[in-house]
Structure formats: structure tokens, C-alpha cells
Design a protein around this ligand. Structure first.
Ligand code: F6P
Length: 359
């Protein structure tokens, strides 16, 4: 019998179950005798032997279900080499579970940090296959991660809903979209939702330029302005600070501004005199059912992951490039972020449409 371990790690997203279903369906077809072991709550389950023997029926009816049937947790990569509360070596614990269960391969559904750990385990001699999850679409080496399109639809819908109320009241509205380090979600939901201003971490903004854009719209009779702001958007001033200085500043301001959007809102009111409101869809963006695009992507990635296991092509991340499912070595993607290049054609096209980035 062939035994395959599977876990979901890091922040959840809509298409985790669809991806696991894809892997399982193909595995059950490829092997005559295969058992799937599902680890609970990500790497924690692998460390502490917290697992379930999955049955084919566990993967039925989950294509459209959000979240993850296995549960997940954040286990930061930098803490993987720090002993646990009982002084035990986490990497050794994971290796022991893998060996004890006589796994043929471990399938890791996760984003950046999780794939870094997957690479570490691969370098430690385990057979590992990674699958690219995250609503941020910031995993290096793949054109698309599963979860992104579903989250984008939700963020776009939030902007759509805000549009009508913003227009009715003649207000400035800030919609804060998820993404601390990377702005793909804000950029694309912003374009899809017809935002007038898009602020992302990769393009530090000048608040004067943002205020000018609002005033310009007002002058030509446009009563409202929609500003899509990424969680990690940063002003030019703050971007010029050292990490330590910025941390101190954020710490001092946290009781005044719960997040960057509130700071921008306060400044917009002050600088333009126009009533400004903030909407934060937050974790809604990671919830609910996967969109059709994600279901297809997840099913394709999952099927190919199973094939790669069958062909013993371990140590790889399954990716999509130019609409083809392929693979890249985990060590090539580990630790690299796919950020928005300020010169990316999508940014340029957005600027041609008149969208302001505050740069
Ligand atoms: O990485 C996915 C993500 O949703 C980011 O967009 C967001 O910044 C972060 O996770 C939120 O993390 P948590 O769920 O731990 O609050």
C-alpha cells in the first residue's frame, strides 16, 4: 500500500478543499491501493502525529466548500528551527511522524512560508510536493495561486456595493483589501471595481497626490471617489523610515488608526473637506465557496500533483504558467515573493484609465 500525507498550512482560502479533492480523485485512480493521511491544522498535525486516515468519501461533496476539512494553522518558517514549548526539535518531530507512518510523499497546500518549510523538509530527505495556495497571488514561480480569483471576486463585490452608497452621499470611500506585503489583490479588485485610486505596498504614495485626485474629481462634478487600499499600503514618508522607526511610529499610532485606511481617511477629510468613510471586508475575502475559475485551477493542479507523486517527481511545487500546469523545484520558489512591479503593464494600463496610485 502507498501512503500519502496531506496538510493545509497558513491562512485558509476558498479552494483548499477543491485542491485536496483533485489530488485525492487522481490518486485513487492512479494507484490500486493508496491511503491518504490527513494531518490536522497544518504542520502542527505533522509534528504531533495528529492525523486522520481519510476515506474516498471524505473528498466527496467538497468541491464547492470553502475553508479546509483538515483545519489549518500558521507555523512561521522562522520558528521551525526554534524548539517547541517542551524543548523538542520541530523538524525532527515532523520527520519522525513521516517515517513512522511510512509515507511515500507529503503534499503541502500552502503559501510562501509554508512552501519554505516544505522545501526544508524536502532538503531533509522527505518526498514533498507543494501546491500554491493564497489569496495574495504572491507565490513566486506560478502565474496564479488558487484562492486569488475567489477573493478578488469578493473584494470587487465589496467595491461595487460601496460605489452606490458613495455616489448617493457624495463621499470618499476607502475599501481596505487584504495584502500586507503584496498588492495584486487590491490592484485587480480595484480595476475590476472601477476604483479611482489604488494604493499598494509596492508603490509608496504621496498623500498630497491622493488628495489632488479626489479634488480633481470633485471639480469636474464627480461627487464621490473610491480608493482601494491594500492593508500594507505605505506612504512615501513611511517608506523612507528604517524598519525600527516605522515599527515605533505604528505602535504609537495604533490607538488612533486601527489600520492604514483610517489614517488615509483622516487625512483625506482634512485635506479635501469631503466626508470620508472606511470599509474593511477583512476575512470575508477568504471565505465562502470558490469561484468557477478556482475550482478549475484547483482540480487541474490537484490532478497533476497526483501524477507527479506517481512519477516520483518530488521536491516540486505544482504551478500554472501560460495556462499549462507544470512544476518548479521547491528550492527555486522558497523565500521569493512575487510582488507587483511598479512598471507592470497592468499598473500602466490602470494609469491609462486614469487610476491614481499616488506616486
Ligand atoms: O496571506 C493571506 C492573508 O489573508 C493576507 O492577505 C492577510 O494580510 C493575512 O493573510 C491575514 O492573516 P490572518 O488571517 O492571520 O489575520
Amino acid at each position: 500500500m502507498v501512503r500519502i500525507g496531506m496538510l493545509t498550512s497558513g491562512g485558509d482560502c476558498q479552494s483548499l478543499n477543491a485542491t485536496m479533492r483533485g489530488v485525492a480523485k487522481a490518486l485513487y485512480r492512479l494507484y490500486d491501493d493508496v491511503q491518504i493521511i490527513g494531518f490536522e491544522d497544518g504542520y502542527k498535525g505533522l509534528m504531533y502525529s495528529d492525523y486522520r486516515i481519510m476515506e474516498p468519501r471524505d473528498f466527496s461533496g467538497i468541491l464547492t466548500e470553502g475553508g479546509t476539512i483538515l483545519g489549518t494553522s500558521r507555523q512561521p518558517f522562522k520558528l521551525m528551527t526554534v524548539p517547541d514549548e517542551n524543548g523538542l526539535d520541530k523538524v525532527e518531530l515532523m520527520k519522525q511522524t513521516y517515517k513512522k507512518l511510512k509515507l511515500q510523499c507529503l503534499v503541502v497546500l500552502g503559501g510562501n512560508g509554508s512552501q519554505k518549510t516544505a522545501n526544508l523538509l524536502s532538503e531533509e530527505g522527505l518526498n514533498v510536493i507543494g501546491l500554491p495556495k493564497t489569496i495574495d497571488n504572491d507565490l513566486w514561480g506560478t502565474d496564479m495561486t488558487f484562492g486569488f480569483q475567489s477573493a478578488m471576486n469578493i473584494a470587487t463585490n465589496a467595491i461595487d456595493c460601496i460605489h452606490t452608497t458613495a455616489a448617493s452621499h457624495g463621499r470618499v470611500f476607502i475599501i481596505e483589501v487584504m495584502g500586507h506585503k503584496v498588492g495584486w489583490l487590491t490592484l485587480q479588485a480595484g480595476i475590476a471595481g472601477g476604483a479611482d485610486v489604488i494604493l499598494i505596498p509596492e508603490i509608496p504614495y504621496d498623500i498630497e497626490k491622493v488628495a489632488e485626485a479626489v479634488k480633481r474629481r470633485n471639480k469636474v462634478g464627480k461627487r464621490f471617489t473610491i480608493i482601494a487600499v491594500a492593508e500594507g499600503a505605505i506612504s512615501k514618508e513611511d517608506a523612507a523610515l528604517s524598519k525600527k522607526e516605522l515599527k515605533k511610529k505604528k505602535e504609537q499610532e495604533k490607538n488612533i488608526y486601527p489600520s492604514i485606511s483610517y489614517e488615509i481617511a483622516a487625512k483625506m477629510e482634512e485635506m479635501t473637506g469631503i466626508e470620508t468613510r472606511v470599509t474593511v471586508p477583512g476575512h470575508m475575502q477568504r471565505g465562502g465557496e470558490p469561484c468557477a475559475y478556482d475550482r478549475v485551477l484547483s482540480s487541474r493542479l490537484g490532478a497533476r500533483a497526483a501524477q507527479m507523486i506517481y512519477n516520483e517527481e518530488y521536491g516540486n511545487l505544482v504551478v500554472i504558467r501560460n495556462n499549462e500546469i507544470t512544476k518548479i523545484p521547491l528550492k527555486e520558489t522558497a523565500g521569493k515573493l512575487k510582488t507587483v512591479d511598479p512598471k507592470d503593464s497592468m499598473v500602466e494600463e490602470a494609469k491609462l484609465l486614469g487610476i491614481t496610485f499616488g506616486d
